[in-house]
Design a protein around this ligand. Structure first.
Ligand code: SIN
Length: 364
């Protein structure tokens, strides 16, 4: 935990909430000096090296999803947090652009579900990218109003998470994207979890003033499988706490390209995102060049990002963060109930996630 923030907490109180508010504060801005930065040379005394399994993923398999050879990854853990793995940007130069394009252009497409479906008709949310791209290419001052892309707050994939009931359901499922599954399989295998099945994902889209409330990801039926988190664009202060709200959280930066794996005891810990920040210059620079170097590997999932698409993506990502969490929902022999409720259109007000955004009490 940040030393200064820790000294503010009294025993027995909701330490997580207090530190969440500390980092969310605008005036005066908080001191970020105690936030663990895994990519700095001296990340802090609680940081320990994490064990990876380089033999589980060949260099070719890694390259096919845009990742460096596993032996080159820099992976860390936290002393009192077994099962938590932080991988500092293992993406090959240029390959983040492909994944960001998938998050902005491909994954928001139907049949996937997004916050805009809560109050717009399917035909209006059919082509979010197409309806936004040309407007986003204009300088901000000349735009009539925010584009649909800028209004996007979340997208769900696979088993679609129901924000109201905090459950998944057998009858709200659409095929999980094969490329994102391939990426998740390689990352989990490298972390010692073979046979991972990507069954649900939540994409969160953050603007500079966004935050994500304190929660535990416990809706999945099998908590023995890891939860994966990929971050792109702006940086975030991520808080990782304990199993109780009185446990003071550790604050850490998540930068573009960073991956977190929450497994074992860390799988059910409280966490939150109180703050979005501009990416440090070296991370922003790593996003500048969309053409992968060396050239795209054969048989991989990556495709080149056109200059036209990149013009839109780079303008969007200059002031936004995208986070993707991938989950395996079911263990062996488990199944979800059918709810026969189509919750996604008109069944919820606002963005459907409003309570989680504005409250710091939520679990999902
Ligand atoms: C994040 O945006 O880094 C966290 C997302 C989540 O906990 O669902």
């Amino acid at each position: 935990m940040a030393k200064m923030a820790a000294s503010m907490v009294e025993s027995g109180e909701d330490a997580f909430r207090k530190i969440f508010k500390f980092y969310k504060r605008r005036e005066p801005p908080p001191d970020f000096r105690d936030v663990t930065d895994f990519c700095s040379g001296t990340p802090g005394d609680k940081v320990v090296p994490a064990k990876l399994h380089p033999a589980a993923v060949s260099d070719e398999e890694a390259a096919r999803v845009g990742l460096k050879p596993v032996r080159e990854w820099r992976a860390f853990g936290l002393q009192d947090c077994p099962g938590f793995i932080f991988i500092s940007n293992p993406f090959l130069r240029g390959s983040q652009a492909f994944w960001i394009r998938q998050c902005l252009k491909t994954y928001p497409q139907k049949p996937n579900i997004c916050n805009l479906d809560m109050h717009m008709s399917p035909s209006d949310t059919q082509d979010i990218w197409g309806k936004s791209a040309h407007v986003l290419s204009c300088p901000p001052g000349k735009r009539p109003e925010k584009t649909l892309l800028e209004k996007l707050r979340w997208v769900t994939l696979g088993y679609h998470y129901n924000w109201s009931t905090k459950t998944y359901s057998a009858d709200s499922f659409t095929p999980f994207p094969a490329d994102l599954h391939a990426l998740s399989v390689q990352v989990t295998a490298a972390c010692g979890f073979p046979g991972f099945r990507s069954e649900a994902a939540i994409l969160n889209f953050y603007r500079p003033d966004s935050s994500l409330g304190i929660h535990v990801d416990e809706s999945e039926l099998d908590h023995t499988r890891p939860l994966l988190s990929f971050s792109f664009g702006h940086s975030a202060v991520f808080l990782l706490g304990g199993t109780r709200r009185q446990d003071p959280p550790t604050a850490m930066f998540m930068h573009s390209g960073d991956i977190m794996v929450m497994s074992g005891q860390s799988r059910l810990l409280y966490h939150a995102v109180p703050r979005i920040l501009p990416a440090p210059p070296e991370r922003a620079a790593s996003l500048e060049d969309p053409s992968p170097a060396p050239p795209l590997p054969q048989g991989g999932v990556l495709e080149p990002v056109s200059d036209q698409d990149w013009a839109v993506i780079s303008r969007y990502i200059r002031s936004s963060r995208v986070n993707v969490t991938v989950r395996q929902v079911l263990g062996p022999g488990q199944s979800l109930p059918e709810t026969r409720v189509r919750y996604h259109h008109g069944a919820s007000d606002g963005d459907g996630r409003k309570r989680r955004r504005s409250s710091d009490e939520e679990t999902c």
